[in-house]
Design a protein around this ligand. Sequence first.
Ligand code: NAI
Length: 327
Amino acid sequence: MVKVSVLGASGQIGQPLSLLLKSSPLVTELRLYDVVHSVGVATDLDHIDTPAKVSGYLPNDNGLEKALSGAELVMIPAGVARKPGMTRDDLFTTNANVIADLLSEVAQLCPEAFICIITNPVNSTVPIAVEVLKKHGVFNPRRVFGVTTLDVVRASTFTAHALGELDPQKFKIPVVGGHSGATIIPLISQSQPPVQLTKEQLDAVTYRVQFGGDEIVKSKAGAGSATTCMAYAGFRFAQAIMKAYRGETGIVEPTYVFLPGVPGGEEISKSLGVSFFAVPVEFGTDGATKAQPVGPLSDYEQDLLKKAIQELRGNIVKGESHVKGGK
Ligand code: NAI
């Protein structure tokens, strides 16, 4: 059974994510932290008849310390989200500071926890988190993850839609790379079961997986970005970690990790020429137990990979420099 903290719990992702965590029998304790409204959100959720005990904390009265002490899994959707016309990178300045500050507390209060970063730009916020944990001497690369599950969910959904199939979950499609636009690489050639898409369908599905976030930002017209589908994806990822932590085997989810620190990841990192990258990761009781290689790519996917790597390198350096340069 797992003690979970959600940082940014009152937000548009934080609330539905907390609802899903509250409904999970795997969660014993749910601590909700935000700079606003978190006590009310917690009281509301605590009326649900599931075992998880819910408590809410604000910054006053050592709220963050209470939310984090002894936490085993920390989910972080804290920060600001996109508005129409913004890229994820436009969020950098605000969210970089939010992540650096929160991670400094995580490093001191629950350094052993599994840390899942949802806050964008994930390509840079995860390197920031890692640098902060390193500064505190508590970085465990098997336990720090950028949540890219929404890209995996989208790949299944949009492939099913393109083929007129009813059940998207039938298609297992790895998505590797980063989590923004051209850095997202859906590997449709590796779909299980295999699928045959025309070039037009392949272009359309790939584009929608890479830029699906923009569809939502545009249609919400200023009211936010992906939230409910992200809560679903974030919960799916949290569940994978919790199940593996409890001893279930055979659990694999793509996630954005510091590859050289994950078993099997060093070679992948060298061959790609980047340190952070999302690959399918096997989970065990201690977190990431193996990074799986990206596998054979089609010519189409090779092209996507080349474009992704270039952009991703810049995003990683930007995140690392934010901490190394002392903000
Ligand atoms: P939101 O604005 O609705 O919620 C963010 C919450 O964070 C707010 O309640 C705010 O009060 C809180 N917050 C801000 N600073 C904080 C701090 N220092 N400590 C604790 N809480 C703090 O935004 P939303 O829609 O929930 O998105 C959250 C983040 O998730 C954004 O950065 C967004 O870009 C990202 N996102 C990530 C996705 C992914 O696939 N990884 C998908 C969609 C969004």
